[in-house]
Structure formats: C-alpha cells, structure tokens
Design a protein around this ligand. Structure first.
Ligand code: ADP
Ligand code: MG
Ligand code: MG
Length: 902
C-alpha cells in the first residue's frame, strides 16, 4: 500500500462505528468494544486505529504517517467533544488508555498503557477536580512506569524497586496504602529514573505521549514474546495489531471502586457459574499482572450487591449474544460498572467440552456448532493425567488450580534454566515468584508451572491453559529465598533440581517423584464424539501393535486396526534372542528352526488382536525394518569380546560373538533407510514373511473355530514396483488356501494391500491397484522420500532452523506437506480408483492423528485415517470438522457465484 492509497483510507473508527465482524480491521478487542457499544452497554468511549495502519506503520519504517496521525487527532477531538473533557487541558483533562488488540487474541503478549494524558499540569487538575491527590498521583506514577517501560525501554523492575522502597519508608505493606505525598515523591523519583536511564525526559506534551504510545503498541507486535506466541499458535506474522484509544475510567479512586476479570463460566471445569476475581481500589493491570492476589468474584456480592447483580446480568447477556463463554474485564468507578473488554474465553479442554455440550443442551448452539468449537488438539489434554490419592495426602503446598493435569519434574527457577534443561532431555517444573509473558519459552519447555503470586486469570495461568500445561498459581505459602537460591515451604527447603509433582487440577505441590494416573473418557466426551460420528465420513482406525493397545483403541472408538507393526512384537525381551538366532542362522535349517519357534508366538499375538477387534478389520504389516535393528550394536559386541578374551575357557563364547560380529558387519548399511528393508527383506528371506503369513492365517482359523469373526488385511511395506506386490500376493493366496478350509476362506474374506510410501509406488498406482485391495499411505516414509529428508537427521539438525526462518511452515513429519506429499497421495488415490473403484485408501503415518492433515485426507476423498489410540477421539472430531468446513466452503462458493451472477 503506498502513501497515495493510504491517504483516503479510513483507519480510525469510533467505537460506535464498528461491530463484531470487523475483527480483521479492528482487532478482536476493538471489534468487541464496538459491538458492546452498539448493544448499549456501558463502555467508556474511544476509537480504534486499524491493523492496516499498523502494517503501514511497519512499511514506513516504524513511523505513523501524517494522514494516520491526522485521523487519530480527529478521533481524539470527537472523543473530547463527547466527554466534555480535553486532552492536556488542566481543568478538565481527558485521560485515555492506549491498548493493543490483535486479530487473534494473544493475552498479555503485547503492551497497553493507561492514563495517557497526565503531565505535571493535568495531574494537579485531576487532583483538584476529584479532591483526591492520592488518586491523581497514583495514576501519574502508573503512567510513568508503563510509559517508561513500554515506550522508553526502562526495566520495569527498577520502578518496582522504588515502589518497594517507598512502602518500606512509609511502613506499609500494600500499594494502595502509600500516601499522597509518598506518591508525589515517587513521581519525582520515577521521572528522574527515566531521565537517568534514557537520557530523555518523560514527555510533558500529551500529543507526543499519545503518538509515542501508539507507535510503541504497534511495535510490540514484533516483540520476542509475541513472536514466540504466534509461532506456537500458528498466527500469521502479517496480521498486525490494532490500537484502541479509550477514555479512562478509574478503579483506583477509593473503596467504592475496583477492577476485575470475570468469565461467564468456569474456564477450568466448564461449570455454569460466574468465575473470576477482582480487587478493590486498583487499576486493571493489577489483576492480570498477578502482583496482588485478588478476591474471588463471589465476594463482590457482599461488598457491592447492586454492582454484582448488574454484572451478573450483563455478562450473561454477552454470553447469549456471542453464544459462547466470555472473558470480560470490568472496572467499577464509584459504584458504576464499566465494561472494558469481552472476548470468547480461553478454556482448557475439559471446560471446552463441557461448555460446548452444555450450550447444545441449553439450546444456544447446534451440535455442529459444538463440534466446530472443539480444538482437536485440546482433546489430547482432555485425556489428562492426575496424581494418586496417596500423593494428594502428602502435598506440601496448595495454590490455585490454574490449569489441570499433573506433571512431574525437576524444579527450575528461571525460564532459561527450564529451556536448557529440557534440551538435555530433563523434565522440568518451572517455579517463579510470578511469571511475566517473557517467561513463555520457559513455560513451553516445562512439564508444568508454579507461581507464588497471581490469580487464576494471571498471564501465567492463561498461557499455561492455552498450552495444556498443568499450572498452580498463587502459592503464597512458598517463600523464595533469593540469596540462598532455593524456596522454602514451612521448614522444607527445595533446591533447584529437586523433584516435585504438581496437580494443576487441585492446585497441589508434592515433594518427590510420584507416579501419575492415566485419564479416562467422560460422559461429555462420549456425547460429543457420538455427534461427530453422525457427521463424519472418514473412518478412524488405530495404529496398534499389541492386544492391549487394540483394546484401548476400541474404547476410544477405533473402527479397526489400520496398522499393526509386527516388528514391535519382535522386540519383546523373550523373543528377541529367538529373532536374533533366526537372523544369525548360517543355514536354512537353523533359520527354519528359529522361525518355527517364532510362529506360535506371532500366532498368539494375532489371535489377541483379532479377539480385541471382534470382526473389525485388522491390518497387519509384514516385517519392515532392516534386520540389523534386531542385532546388538557393534560396539557392544566389541566390548563383550574384549571381556571374554580376558577370561579362560571361553573359546566357544568367543566364536559365537565373532560370528555375530561378522553378521552385524555384513548387515551394516550406508543408508539403512534406503537399504534392505520392507518387502525387500521378504524377497531376500521369503521364509520370514511366509512364517508371518502362516501365523496370521493360523490365528484366523483358530478364531473362526471359536466363533470369532476375523477380517485380516495383510499389508506389504515399501512396495515400489507392482511385481513386488504380485510376488507376495501369490504366496499369500497359496498359504491361505493351505491353512484355511474352503468354508473358512469364505468367512474370513481377507484382503491384501500395500503401503504407498515410495514415490514410485504413488506414480505407478494404476499398475499397483490391479493387485491391491487397499492402499495405505505410509506418510512418514513417503515424507522422508519425497522431501529427501531422513527424519532423524532432519529433526536433529536442520529442521528447527528451517522452521525459524519460515523456510517451511510446519514440521512436515507432523503436518502433512500438502503441496508435495499430498499431491502424490491425491494422484495415487485417483489413479488407483480409476482402475479399481472399490479400492480403499487411507493414511497410517503420524499425520493420521493431525487435525490439519485429517482435513486434507477428507478433502481428497480418502476412506480412512489410522492413528495412535490416544489420538482417536481427536481424529473423530477432526474428521467431523472436515465435513463441516467443506460444506461451509461449498456454501461460500455458491453465494459468491450467486453474487457474481447478480
Ligand atoms: P491486556 O491485553 O494485557 O489485557 P488491556 O488493553 O486489556 O491489555 O488493558 C490492561 C488492563 O487495563 C485491563 O485490565 C483493562 O481493563 C485496563 N484498562 C484498559 N483500558 C482502560 C480504561 N480506559 N480505563 C480503565 N481501565 C482500562
Ligand atoms: Mg485485556
Ligand atoms: Mg514405512
């Protein structure tokens, strides 16, 4: 956008000019302030500077251009006229807040400055006007502190230190007890501090204050914590933030004033009751910053019953209007209620689910809306862990239960320590006096978070809930002993590195490493999943290698096994020696011997799987990894040899180890990922695959004899040429007809299919489909081979830089690369079905459990996805969401087409 187009572009909107749908332009906060203003609620008037102005600001080298500034001043003039107060005028000064407000809510990630418009003159005016010098100077010192930090870059700790010193000097404990003279004095000290640290004076020109504040808020879009947050939540960098300039209301004018945050329902449990906190005689920042520990909202009913009831009515009205739980900021000025913000409330998984289901039951939203409301990733958390009864009894400290789930880890006192330790593979619990948004990386690296101060709506709590990290806040019984570098609870001292277990659901902290209980399905979850099942068309299968996993998968609603990796059965402690004997065998006889021993073991595994799935399809993949994975490492053998050579009478053992060593060397590969694995193994050692096939059919026969219906689907890995598949298909048919009776053959109706995980297989899908009953896209390998990345090397070496530099939008092993790998899948699916319409196709890589990838699978017409058992609920929801999203886009296209036709 060049200057010319900018000139005529409206970039300042008074609150009464906007509405909720203008989020992209006005940001979430601005759009909702406008919507509330329209609804006639009591919102202090103001205006919003658009996200477009923010982008123009960046384009112009971080400067507000003249036109934007002109529009801002016009907006200000309108505000002045409406309020009858004037910016910078001593007798009737207008004060405003300058508030960030991005399109997607990023709580606490960007900056806000309150009380803009105060200077040495207007502060006196306010003081006289209100007859309350204490209040006037409290506002002023807050302005200098926020402005000094946000705009001028002075460390806010320095202001805090001076504040603490002043409290000591006056012999008081809390901020609101400092005297008017004390605050006046503090203002002088703050101004001096600013000058000392920056070489500039705190601006007395109020228009300068406003311009600099707006510029600083725009710039805060690019501060480090905002960037981290955006990456984490996949928020685009080029959205920009809007800025809201709003006339001030004051919660810090005395005991008939206050400020607070309220949720229309409980964001941790979903319970339908007001939830929140407030502080008397305080300004907004005090609650969210977690500096003072606030009172629960219910207590407001005692202190100001009328205000409380009005609040109750108003917030319920907002909830109904937005059809969703709201997170609302309010301020009370002399018993009058003002609303300062509403947004849909961040909630944890459990609450999200209960609220969505309750809203359907209350007739506020439809089942489909409820499904759309669920963040599929949240379902992972839903299956939360908890601490045992025993651990609960032994807890050392109790704080606020800020984000549920339990976690075990070693205590770290700093975000940097948490990051460093987690890189070393340690599990960390971050313990902080209070967390600031700057700690976000530490929170991310930790298993859980504990803070000593701050409430349920403090930033620490909000951020932790968003990430699904267990969090306990406001543990005021814990003391931080800075000098000794430890914390103390009662007479128990905890050093950095000590183990603790926390329960964010109950707000408990226990010393030591306790075992955690695994989660279960809830009533609400089953209900919502049943709704999702009505909508979705993709089938959801499980990747499960053991009968136990298969059972878990069924409980979560799996409609069969999409991938059973037989090699996982080989790694079992008792079996491994037999597997090794099989591999090390010099002659076919010896190999047959070992295989004969393995056969009954495999057979019983398969019987277990068939029993657990009772008639649902069980897709069994024949042996896939290179054989050397089953053998000891070369280094181990060398060490063993050395040990043996030091002893006498070990000739036989030495010979054995030497033989093993030879074999290990022989099997060694330069690039095992592209080496002798998958069906290549089966061609070199057909007897191994034969044994597996035999075991499958023997298991099937045995189940059928016991009246259990079976649907085995045998899957050949790593096929690149149709001839490979053909080779095994013939053998499978031959062995099946040897083992199963005619009757059984009919009953079991097994299938033979192939993994599509080599690009050549995808490209020749037309040929391959002739001999395949199904295609299972092994997207892990297909991603490796299409991108030419070996996963271990990529993730260990360059991938994180690729993500940092945005060379790649996501880790392609987590989120399917739609343009590349996805295109191959689409091509193979279409080609395969063109020769065999009844061909079934699905994805069995990790992507089968990723919501975005699931949406893609649905869109290109696959039949199923297969994922790990714990991801099944997530996949069921994501599959239903894919249907709803597709319907919506069809609707949108048709309205667009209609629009064009008109
Ligand atoms: P954040 O996104 O960090 O919550 P906000 O812009 O919402 O930042 O503001 C921070 C705090 O200041 C909130 O508690 C808010 O209610 C309060 N606040 C903002 N503007 C005003 C105002 N005009 N009058 C009174 N309090 C305000
Ligand atoms: Mg806010
Ligand atoms: Mg593979």
């Amino acid at each position: 956008m060049n200057m010319a187009t900018m000139v005529n572009r409206k970039c300042v909107f008074a609150f009464q000019e906007g509405h909720a749908k203008m989020v992209d332009l006005l940001g979430g906060k601005g759009a909702n302030l406008a919507e509330m203003t329209r609804a006639g609620l009591s919102v202090p008037p103001g205006f919003t500077v658009t996200t477009e102005a923010c982008l123009a600001y960046f384009k112009d080298g971080n400067q507000l251009n003249d036109d934007v500034m002109h529009q801002i001043l016009m907006g200000l003039a309108q505000l002045e006229r409406g309020k009858g107060q004037f910016f910078g005028e001593r007798d009737k000064p207008l004060l405003v807040s300058v508030r960030s407000g991005s399109v997607t809510s990023m709580p606490g990630m960007m900056d806000t400055i309150l009380n803009v418009g105060l200077n040495d003159e207007t502060v006196v005016g306010i003081s006289e006007l209100t007859g309350n010098p204490r209040f006037a100077f409290d506002c002023y010192r807050r302005l200098i502190q926020m402005f000094g930090h946000v705009v001028m870059g002075v460390d806010s700790q320095l202001f805090e230190h001076q504040l603490e010193r002043m409290k000591k000097r006056e012999g008081v404990l809390r901020d609101e007890q400092i005297s008017a003279d004390g605050l006046k004095q503090l203002v002088q000290e703050y101004k001096l501090l600013v000058q000392l640290k920056t070489g500039r004076i705190f601006p007395q020109d109020v228009v300068d204050q406003l311009r600099l504040a707006i510029e600083a808020v725009f710039s805060s879009w690019n501060n480090a914590r905002a960037q981290v947050y955006r990456r984490l939540h996949r928020i685009p960098d080029d959205q920009g933030t809007a800025v809201n300039v709003q006339s001030m209301v004051f919660g810090n004018m005395g005991d008939t004033c206050g400020t607070g945050v309220v949720f229309t329902r409980n964001p941790s449990t979903g319970e339908n009751a007001l939830f929140g906190e407030f502080l008397l005689n305080a300004q907004g920042e005090d609650v969210v910053a977690g500096i003072r520990t606030p009172m629960p909202i219910a207590a407001l009913e005692q202190v100001m019953p009328d205000v409380y009831h009005e609040l109750q009515r108003t917030v319920k009205q907002l909830e109904l209007h937005y059809q969703d739980i709201q997170d609302i900021e309010f301020t009370i000025e002399h018993n009058k209620l003002y609303l300062l913000q509403t947004r849909s409330g961040k909630r944890n998984a459990q609450a999200a689910l209960k609220i969505a289901v309750d809203l359907v039951r209350e007739g506020i939203i439809t089942k489909r809306q409820a499904i759309e409301r669920i963040d599929p990733m949240h379902l992972e958390q839903l299956l939360h862990r908890a601490i045992s009864e025993e651990a609960q009894q032994q807890s050392l400290a109790k704080g606020l239960p800020a984000s549920p789930g339990a976690a075990v880890g070693q205590v770290a006192f700093h975000a940097e320590t948490a990051v460093a330790w987690s890189k070393e593979g340690k599990r960390v619990i971050l313990v902080r006096p209070e967390t600031t948004p700057e700690d976000i990386e530490g929170v991310l690296a930790s298993e859980g978070v504990v803070t000593l101060r701050g409430g349920m709506t403090s930033h620490a709590a909000v951020v932790a809930r968003g990430m699904g990290k267990p969090c306990v806040c406001g543990c005021e019984t814990i003391q931080f002993l800075e000098a000794e570098h430890c914390i103390q609870i009662g007479n128990q001292v905890i050093q950095e590195g000590d183990w603790v277990t926390i329960d964010g659901h109950r707000g408990l902290i226990c010393l030591g490493e306790f075992e955690l209980k695994e989660p279960e399905m809830t009533q609400e979850l089953s209900e919502l999943l049943a709704w999702a099942d009505e909508v979705r068309t993709l089938r959801v299968l499980a990747n499960a290698d053991h009968p136990h996993d298969a059972q878990v998968a069924r409980q979560f609603g799996a409609e069969g096994i999409g991938l059973c990796r037989t090699e996982h059965m080989f790694f079992d402690k008792e079996r491994l020696p037999v597997v090794q004997r099989m591999i090390l065998a010099e002659h076919a006889d010896a190999r047959q011997d070992a295989l004969a021993q393995l056969l009954p073991m495999q057979q019983s595994d398969f019987e277990g799987m068939f029993e657990a799935m009772e008639g649902l399809p069980v897709t069994i993949r024949l042996l896939d990894p290179p054989l050397h994975e089953f053998l000891p490492k070369r280094k181990e053998l060398q060490d063993r040899l050395q040990e043996l050579r030091g002893q006498v009478g070990m000739a036989r053992e030495i010979a054995d180890v030497e033989a093993a060593m030879k074999k290990v060397e022989a099997l060694e590969e330069v690039n095992p990922m592209l080496g002798q694995r998958g069906c290549r193994l089966g061609i070199v050692y057909p007897e191994v695959y034969d044994m597996q096939i035999e075991a499958i059919f023997k298991a099937a026969a045995s189940c059928l004899e016991r009246g259990i219906i079976v649907r085995p689907e045998i899957m050949i890995p790593l096929v690149g040429h149709v001839t490979e598949l053909k080779f095994f298909r013939d053998r499978i048919e031959q062995i099946a007809s040897q083992i199963l009776s005619k009757m059984q053959l009919q009953l079991c109706a097994y299938k033979v299919g192939t993994m599509i995980e080599v690009p050549r297989a995808a490209l020749t899908a037309r040929q391959i489909a002739v001999h395949a009953d199904f295609f299972s896209f092994g997207t892990n390998d297909l991603t490796q081979m299409t991108l030419g990345y070996s996963r271990d090397d990529a993730e260990g070496k360059f991938l994180s830089q690729y993500l940092d530099h945005r060379i790649l939008p996501h880790n392609p092993f987590q989120v399917l690369d739609e343009d590349g790998v996805g295109q191959l899948i689409q091509l193979a699916n279409t080609a395969g079905k063109s020769v065999k319409p009844q061909l079934k196709a699905g994805v069995c890589g990790e992507h089968g459990g990723d919501p975005q990838s699931i949406q893609f699978c649905h869109a290109i017409g696959l039949e199923y996805v297969s994922c790990s058992p714990y991801r099944i609920p997530l996949a069921r929801i994501a599959a239903a969401q894919a249907v709803i999203a597709q319907e919506r886009s069809v609707e949108e296209v048709s309205t667009q087409v209609k629009g064009k036709a008109v």
